[in-house]
Structure formats: C-alpha cells, structure tokens
Write a protein that binds this ligand. Structure first.
Ligand code: AMP
Length: 228
C-alpha cells in the first residue's frame, strides 16, 4: 500500500540487455526472492515450437537464424500468458519487449488493466564477452535452471542443484553464427528501448559484468526501491 492508501497494482519489471547478459538467470532469482513470475518470450516461443503450434511453426526458422519473430506472433503469445492468474503477483519480462512496436503495445496492454512499468532494468555488459558467455551455457531439461561451464557449475557434475535432474540441454540457437545475428538484432531493434524507457523515467542501469550474486543484489535493491 502506498501513501495514498490505494492498493498498488502488481509490479511489472523489464530486464533489458543483449543475449548472454543474464536476463534469464536474474529473472529466476527475482522469482525466488519476490514471488514474481518470469515471463520469457523466448521460453514461450520454444514451447510453441516444441508443441508444433501454428505460431511455433512460423517462429522456428526465424529463431534458428537468430532473427526476431514478428511482433504479431510475440504479442499474441505474451498477451495470452499475461491474462493467467499467477501474473497477479507481479511479472518480470525477460526478452520482451524487443522492438519499439512491442514496447508501445505493452504500454497499451498495461494501461487497459490499470498497470504500469515499475522499472526497466538495463543489464550493462561488454558485448565482446557475450559470445563466450553464451557458448558455455546449458540448462536443466527438467526444471529449466540455467548453468554455465565457467560462471555457474552445478555442485555435482551434470546434476541440477535445483531439482536433481540429470539431463542437461543446450539451446539450438546458442552457436557462434546465430549468436552474432542475435547480437545484431539486439543492436538494431532492441537497444533503442534503453532510450525509450529513459524518456519515461523508468530506466535503471545495473553493471552486469560482475558475479551473478552481486548483480542479483543490485537488481534486488532496484526492485525493492521501485516497487515499495
Ligand atoms: P531468447 O530466449 O530471449 O534469447 O529468445 C530466443 C529467440 O526467440 C530470439 O532470438 C528470437 O528469435 C525469439 N524471440 C524471443 N523473444 C522475442 C521477442 N520479444 N520478439 C521477437 N522475437 C523474440
């Protein structure tokens, strides 16, 4: 409750940053710490591909090439997910928005439900190192916990710390050629959103070249102060 005694609407946070910046890892930490729901359009699209839906069929070749899936498909998938009841505890958007059109559509969707963006947190990283970061990452096939050969290894080799799962997977688009295309797409279409949110007064920058836990603490501080 804020000073005006009006109940505040569910927090909405955005994580911005190039592929490999750590958006997924940090979104999961925010889920654990604050009870928010991580909404990753990349995960939603990968699910659609795995399920063989019409949207998945259209998205697959674009994702494999490292391009951006159309705003129409992404907005439909995200819009549907946002109406599910668990989102009422607050959401962390990871990998969305990625274009100005998506950012404007998000503003509209939120306005319709009386919500607003509490903070757009930009994970500031050195691009050159993103290729190396992405090359080393893998995920638990059972629960989706993310790991990295160098920066976050499981305590027991090939066993997930979170759920005990023993099957680890690597994303098909985490190869060097596709990563370069994804970085290009980021600079051409997504980086302008840093200005977009700066102009709206909700941009917060966090140095994301530090240790995962230290970055997590900085982000948690931003979230605590912006959603208080
Ligand atoms: P990510 O898991 O966020 O790295 O996304 C993986 C791939 O899914 C991207 O390279 C895009 O092809 C697609 N994708 C994810 N989110 C979006 C989005 N908001 N807009 C367009 N394409 C997206």
């Amino acid at each position: 409750m804020d000073g005006s005694m009006t109940p505040r609407s569910a927090p909405v946070l955005i994580l911005l940053g190039p592929p490999g910046a750590g958006k997924g890892t940090q979104a999961r930490m925010l889920e654990d710490r604050f009870g928010f729901v991580q909404l990753s359009t990349g995960d939603l699209l990968r699910q659609a591909v795995a399920q063989g839906t019409e949207a998945g069929r259209l998205a697959k070749p674009i994702m494999e090439a490292g391009g951006l899936v159309t705003d129409e498909i992404v907005l439909a998938i995200l819009g549907e997910r946002l109406t599910q009841p668990d989102c009422s505890s607050g959401v962390v958007l990871d990998g969305f928005p990625r274009t100005t059109a998506q950012a404007e559509a998000l503003d509209e969707m939120l306005a319709q439900s009386g919500q607003r963006i509490d903070a757009a947190i930009s994970l500031e990283v050195d691009d050159v190192q993103m290729v190396q970061r992405i090359a080393g990452r893998f995920t638990c096939a059972k629960c989706g916990e993310g790991y990295h050969e160098q920066f976050k290894t499981p305590q027991v080799k090939d066993t997930c710390d979170a759920c005990g799962g023993t099957e680890m997977t690597r994303r098909a688009d985490d190869n060097a050629a596709t990563v370069m295309s994804r970085l290009d797409a980021y600079h051409a279409q997504t980086a302008p959103l840093i200005d977009y949110y700066d102009r709206r007064g909700v941009l917060r920058k966090v140095d994301a070249m530090r240790q995962i836990k230290v970055i997590g603490e900085s982000i948690a501080d931003v979230v605590a102060s912006e959603t208080a």
